[in-house]
Design a protein around this ligand. Structure first.
Ligand code: B3K
Ligand code: ZN
Length: 855
């Protein structure tokens, strides 16, 4: 496989200012004729050939300036056409078989409809084209097909014509006036209905909005529409961004590799991020829909109007757009809870990535398969890096920076460097050294100690693959000092650590102050604070920054669990420590000033994935057991209070208001604690919650608890759920995921049985993820002593790779953690990777991930 390097970028030799596409649609066979107006790029080296990328397609005919062209050649998958002058019209015909396209890249069939996915390199599976994001074209798309099979024909931009044809066929033509790269092209043809609405923009233009789904799903689209309108408004108010076409279409498809795709004016979504009603979607699903609708909509500016020069710049659009969707959701749902949730995901997914064999900077230096770099690092750490700039500049100055970025680069394919420079100038910030966040991988480790009003900080950036030596990063930290006696802080200050070590003097520090640092998670680092006994308990009770308060309790729990699991270097806790922990949790349950949303966050124990990050070599089984043990202990110790909480929360009627949502969150948590302590007593309570549920949050929560219990209620509830939601794919996905993620002792057997279930399909990514991602994240199943969990995941990768390599490759990372896992786990995980590596004909996707993981 070829390695592509960022340093090797050269501008395209030929540009394609215009493209016209003609589709003769059929699920079995689709003919594509493309007409490319190509012109020489004056800024590139002269060549006599234009390189048009292809992937699993053949040119049926090639015309140059209207005449058959003989002088074309193939170079691997690419078509090379010679051109003498400064410009040419090239016309190419290809034939596709959408219904056998199981990779779900390019044009494919899903539930009888046809749709496309082109990012990153799917357009080359449709027609030959310079399939790179720095070639921007205006698109005119004509589609024709059977009017009964494909009554709805959609593409990017605005519809410019439509009509009937003979033999029950019809056509439609769409034109997108905004030049765009090929990865933003989209087409949809199918039997769909729409929820329609409109939005008036800040300059008074009316935009027609439509959300297209299968008829049976129409009743589940209102929340998506509400989310879209809120997003449009928010982007005007917060970033000054107005929508720029007359229509905005969203289409939901059941077979999709990712969450959704921001194609210009025609976003295509996984049904999971469109459909929601109380009966079938949890509160978390509602938030997911709102967040992803916002994310894709926000891409219209951060991604589409200003796109990426090359795929190494992916974080330019993804990091920025994640930051924008996070800020939006903070405004919609409350800042503190959303921040805590985002940090939890970062630590459970991105931190392990950054400390493992797949670590890479937010702007990678090389890749073999770009699909492998749509990572938590590029997305979530990318967002954190921008958030740090925003913290240093302040909201207003940051906005000046983003305004300058959009102004300066509108219509361009830009780089991360362009973004940083715009923020530097617009926000008046020196980011020279800060740029290292784009270059260096690895989570910096910061140590902090406060003595006599002096804060001493040191930092170290760990070695990562290909980067043995690191330079100090710029690390902004919001800090407050608390008076131990009054419980009050003297205010917050931003310190910026930019050397290996530095000290900061706090003139007005109270004697013997308690340090609260990295408040709001200012920087994506791990922290080691020298603390006096009792400091964490103090902060968990007193800190006025909700994130810091949450963090203090998490730290206390982490200390306890590491000791319980016998982790190296952990100080063993005594009974008094455990009692103090019990009191701290009791206080969370009793604190009337906390709302239930926040209470729910505080009650969540840190995920095992993050616990594993605390030590060099982790024993996942011991950590999992310690975590379950603490849950059981707390459940027993605080039983009456959890019962009271469960009863109080159960009395709150269903609504989507924050209060009711908070009640549902703590309700299931109370249940989980009670079940950990006493399964026999909790099972009927869980079954009662299940049976009484008038919404999916309660029903799924109860079933989640029951799925982990070896009790008779389990079977009945699972059967009821399956029957109740037969035919609803998203709900059945939950049914698979709950069992695969369960604490049940026989989870491995369950997963094997489920893989043979009539509802299981390897060709549907949602179903595959619901069974196997849930299982790979289930420490108790995946890390089973027998090694069977690792084998199951490796079997899946081998089976799925020929069908859908992009999705298969996503399952390599869990096995890739082998170096950090205690024996015998590490060896057994590596053996499975070696077994995959030895297989013939691996995809480039899986090959790259496996070889990096073993390397
Ligand atoms: N930009 C798409 C990602 C598509 C990835 C394809 N491998 C979704 C998003 O981040 O909005
Ligand atoms: Zn995105």
């Amino acid at each position: 496989p070829v390695t592509i390097r960022r340093a090797d970028y050269t501008p395209p030799a030929w540009l394609v200012p215009e493209i016209a596409l003609h589709f003769d649609l059929g699920a079995g066979a689709t003919t594509v004729r493309s007409e490319l107006k190509v012109v020489r790029n004056p800024e590139a080296e002269r060549t006599g050939n234009i390189r048009l990328n292809g992937d699993e397609i053949e040119p049926k005919s090639v015309l140059r300036n209207g005449a058959p062209c003989e002088s074309w050649t193939m170079d691997g998958n690419d078509l090379l056409v010679s051109i003498d002058g400064e410009e040419a019209l090239i016309s190419i015909t290809t034939e596709l078989a959408p219904d056998t396209n199981s990779k779900l890249m390019g044009l494919y069939a899903s539930n009888g409809m046809l749709c496309t996915q082109c990012e990153a390199e799917g357009f080359r599976r449709i027609t030959f084209f310079p399939d790179r994001p720095d070639v921007l074209s205006t698109y005119t798309v004509r589609m024709e097909g059977d009017a009964t099979t494909f009554p709805v024909l959609l593409s990017n931009g605005n519809k410019t014509g439509e009509g009937e044809l003979e033999g029950g066929r019809h056509w439609a033509e769409w034109h997108d006036p905004w030049p765009k790269p090929s990865y933003l092209f989209a087409l949809v043809a199918g039997d769909l209905v729409a929820l329609e609405d409109s939005f008036t923009t800040m300059s008074g233009r009316t935009i027609d909005l439509a959300i297209w789904v299968r008829e049976a799903d129409l009743g589940r689209t209102q929340h998506a529409m509400d989310s879209l309108k809120k997003s449009m408004k928010w982007d005007e108010e917060t970033f000054g961004r107005e929508y720029d076409l007359d229509v905005f279409n969203i289409v939901a498809v059941g077979d999709f590799n990712m969450g959704a795709m921001e194609n210009k004016g025609l976003n295509i979504f996984n049904t999971k991020y469109v459909l929601a009603d109380p009966e079938t979607a949890t509160d978390g699903d509602y938030d997911g829909v709102e967040g992803v609708i916002a994310h894709e909509y926000f891409h219209n500016w951060s991604g589409n109007r200003v796109t990426c020069r090359d795929w190494f710049q992916l974080s330019l659009k993804e990091g920025f757009t994640v930051l924008r969707d996070q800020l939006f959701s903070q405004d919609m749902q409350g800042e503190a809870v959303k921040r805590i949730e985002d940090v939890r995901v970062l630590r459970a997914v991105q931190f392990p990535e950054d400390s493992g064999p797949l670590a890479h900077p937010i702007r990678p230096d090389s890749y073999q398969e770009i699909s492998n770099f749509y990572t938590s690092t590029v997305y979530n750490k990318g967002a954190e890096v921008l958030r740090m700039m925003r913290s240093m500049a302040g909201e207003e100055r940051f906005r000046k920076g983003t305004d300058l970025y959009f102004d300066r680069h509108d219509g361009e394919a830009a780089t991360c460097e362009d973004f940083v420079r715009a923020i530097e100038e617009g926000a008046d910030l020196d980011l020279k050294q800060f740029r290292r966040w784009y270059e260096q991988a690895g989570t910096p480790r910061v140590s902090a100690a406060l003595k006599d009003g002096e804060l001493r900080l040191t930092q170290e950036v760990p070695a990562t693959p290909g980067q043995p030596d690191k330079q100090p990063m710029v690390i902004p930290l919001r800090v407050a000092l608390f008076d131990r006696d009054t419980g009050k802080s003297s205010g917050e200050r931003l310190v910026v650590l930019d050397r290996a070590e530095a000290s900061f003097k706090f003139e007005d520090a109270p004697a013997d102050a308690v340090l609260s640092i990295n408040r709001g998670f200012t920087s994506p680092i791990s922290l080691d604070v020298e603390r006096a006994a009792g400091d964490l308990l103090f902060l968990a009770a007193n800190d006025d920054d909700p994130f810091a308060r949450y963090e203090a309790l998490q730290e206390l729990v982490i200390e306890h669990l590491l000791a319980e699991a016998g982790a190296e270097g952990a100080v063993h806790n005594d009974a008094a420590d455990l009692a103090a922990l019990g009191e701290a949790f009791g206080a969370i349950l009793d604190d009337d000033a906390l709302d239930d949303q926040m209470r729910g966050e505080m009650l969540l124990l840190p995920p095992v994935a993050y616990l594993c990050e605390q030590v060099l070599v982790a024993d996942p089984v011991a950590l999992h057991k310690a975590r379950e043990g603490l849950k059981a202990w707390l459940g027993g110790e605080l039983r009456e209070r959890f019962e009271a909480l469960h009863a109080r929360a159960s009395a709150v009627p269903y609504s989507l208001e924050r209060k009711a949502r908070g009640a549902r969150k703590v309700k299931t948590q109370a249940l989980a604690y009670l079940a950990a302590a006493d399964a026999a007593a909790a099972a009927p309570r869980a079954k009662a919650q299940f049976d009484a549920a008038d919404n999916m949050t309660d029903r799924q929560g109860a079933l989640m608890v029951l799925a982990g219990l070896d009790r008779p209620e389990r079977k009945a509830a699972l059967a009821d759920f399956h029957e109740r939601f037969a035919g609803n794919d998203l709900a059945i996905d939950k049914w698979f995921a709950l069992q695969a993620g369960s604490l049940h002792p026989d989870v491995i057997e369950h997963v094997k049985d489920l893989a043979g279930h009539a509802d299981f399909r390897l060709t549907n990514p949602n179903r595959v993820r619901s069974l196997y991602m849930a299982f790979a994240a289930n420490k108790h199943g995946f890390h089973a002593e027998s090694g069977e969990g690792y084998r199951l995941v490796a079997d899946l990768i081998l089976q799925l790779d020929p069908i859908n390599p992009q999705t298969a490759a996503r399952f390599v990372a869990p096995l890739g953690r082998w170096r950090r896992m205690a024996e015998p786990h590490g060896t057994m995980m590596r053996e499975q990777l070696e077994r995959i590596a030895a297989a013939d004909g691996l995809s480039r996707d899986t090959y790259e991930q496996v070889s990096r993981s073993l390397g």
